[in-house]
Design a protein around this ligand. Structure first.
Ligand SMILES: Nc1ncnc2c1ncn2[C@@H]1O[C@H](COP(=O)(O)OP(=O)(O)OP(=O)(O)O)[C@@H](O)[C@H]1O
Ligand SMILES: [Mg+2]
Length: 499
């Protein structure tokens, strides 16, 4: 491997790492090293083995074969706490938190400032604020974490790790729930961490980020290293080819919408986070929704879908006023919703891929009491194939799938319904580039069939290229509407900051 100019000595070195799960060879003979002040990006398709590798480095999983050295000394972590004590900080892909305790307590988890035997609340809240400020975050430290948005939880997770002194900082898709502004703040922090000599391992499916912050890229495919590239000279095409094994020609297959009439109209929707939101989305269009942290865009989907309590407002579907009191009402009225937080809202983790995929179908078609193995297997296999879901079979439990593959299961569950109105909250969060293109194709298809797609997203390229129209939210209200054609990032952000 070419020596990295400017980077310091090797901090963490993993050699010959292999790991298997029942029916899956997750990693085969993987070598990885990271130096002081260096950002190594770990790249690969959903299920390639990225999370497994860093879970081994941080004591979550044991390894079958291989060695790990930290600052030249052989180490073996049997528990995450041992890795943490040795200076390895990790931000996992799946968020871990106790919903009822405060933001500050989450940040100080296990290490709460005390005065004698009692908690020193003042010091804890002040400390939490200071730590969050390092990454440009301002969240009330007293707020119960269950009330935070996904993005806020992600930021708190980051704060939690940097509250400790770390030698190695590992981040597994830290920006998957963050918007551009929050991402910039995180990058600024990563820059500081680099200059402090911290070694960083960074996993992301967003290639732009890789080019922005990585020094080197290590690509995994089916558990093996398929490439080591210099981030300064590698091209986007080269990265994709090494990752997917082929070229990807059409990332955003958008046919211009030919909207026919209003599919859903929302009038004056009001709850704790939304204040008189009104809009109409049409049949045959992708209606993009964007907002910054706390703008209410994250609450919109659940409110329409009847998942959260609405104080006032009306929903009209196909010209008729409908009452949606719960998700079942929504499904029966042809509205489906893909939530952003799949682990708690979208999936029953200890159920199989098949049961999860069919759950919404059976909920909607409650009269269909008989089950037919052939019919179910047909649907399951179709989506495993269409979305290239990496799973040993349809009978595998969802919890053992990689993050991106879990997201694909949530999506297929709603896609199977072919709803008249499909609301998606961060549809491609954690999805690799190849599967992303596939999902865009499916959404485009839905539109051409005259369905209405409401796409809530923080990903600017996706918003600008896949939408027909864009609604930008600000402080729980509508900041503005845009035709997506010709709209720029600046146009969107202007409305998002309330300008
Ligand atoms: N606890 C587990 N039990 C069984 N199989 C597992 C477990 N964890 C991971 N796997 C399998 O190991 C493989 C690698 O998964 P991993 O989570 O490392 O992928 P990843 O590269 O992080 O993907 P993603 O981009 O989707 O997060 C997958 O086939 C996955 O199904
Ligand atoms: Mg992963």
């Amino acid at each position: 491997m070419a020596p990295n100019q400017g980077a310091g000595e090797v901090v963490l070195r993993a050699t010959g790492i292999s790991k298997g799960f029942p029916g899956v060879k997750a990693l085969t003979d993987v070598d990885l090293e990271v130096r002081r002040g260096e950002v190594v990006a770990l790249l690969g398709e959903n299920g390639a083995g990225k999370s497994t590798l860093i879970k081994i480095l941080s004591g979550v999983y044991s390894l079958d074969k291989g060695e790990i050295e930290l600052e030249g000394k052989r180490v073996k972590f049997d528990l995450p706490s041992e890795a943490k004590a040795a200076g390895i900080g990790i931000i996992h892909q799946e968020l871990n938190y106790v919903a009822t305790v405060s933001v500050a307590e989450n940040i100080y988890m296990g290490d709460i400032p005390k005065k004698g035997l009692v908690i020193d609340y003042r010091r804890m809240y002040r400390g939490a604020r200071e730590i969050m400020a390092k990454i440009g975050v301002d969240i009330d430290p007293k707020m119960p974490i269950g009330r935070c948005t996904v993005a806020q939880k992600q930021l708190i997770e980051i704060a939690k790790v940097i509250a400790n002194d770390v030698k190695v900082l590992i981040m597994d898709e830290p920006t998957s729930a963050l918007n551009d502004v929050e991402t910039e703040n995180l990058f600024r922090f990563i820059g500081q961490a680099k200059s402090m000599g911290i070694a960083i391992i960074y996993i992301s499916h967003k290639l732009d980020e890789i080019f922005r912050i990585a020094d080197r890229v290590v690509v995994l495919r089916d558990g093996c290293v398929t490439g080591r590239l210099d981030a300064k000279t590698a091209t986007r095409e080269a990265l994709i080819r090494t990752m997917v094994g082929r070229d990807l020609t059409d990332m955003y297959p958008k046919t211009p919408g030919a909207p026919k009439g209003v599919a859903i109209e929302v009038r004056d929707l009001t709850n704790d986070a939304l204040f008189g939101v009104s809009f109409a989305a049409r049949k045959g269009e992708i209606f993009g929704v964007y907002g910054l942290l706390g703008s209410g865009h994250q609450d919109l989907g659940a409110a329409i879908f009847g998942q959260t309590i609405v104080r006032s407002g009306e929903i009209w579907i196909d010209g008729k006023r409908v009452k949606i009191n719960d998700p079942l009402d929504a499904l029966k009225n042809g509205v489906a919703y893909v939530p952003a937080e799949r682990k708690t809202e979208g999936l029953v983790l200890n159920n199989t891929v098949r049961v999860n995929m069919l759950s919404a179908f059976y909920a909607k078609n409650s009269r269909r009491r008989f089950t037919n193995k052939r019919f179910e297997a047909g649907i399951t296999d179709k989506w495993i194939k269409n979305l290239s879901i990496k799973t040993p079979s349809g009978e595998t439990r969802v919890e053992s799938l990689s993050g991106g593959n879990q997201q694909k299961v949530v999506l297929s569950k709603c896609l199977e319904l072919e709803p008249e109105v499909m609301i998606l909250n961060e549809p491609t969060r954690g999805i690799d580039v190849g599967a992303k293109a596939e999902i865009y194709r499916i959404l485009d298809d839905l539109c051409r069939k005259g369905k209405c797609v409401i796409m809530i997203t923080s990903e600017m390229p996706e918003l600008l290229t896949m939408s027909d129209r864009i609604m930008v939210m600000h402080a729980g209200r509508i900041g503005g509407f845009l035709e997506a054609r010709g709209a720029t990032q600046e146009d969107v952000l202007k409305y998002a900051i309330g300008g």
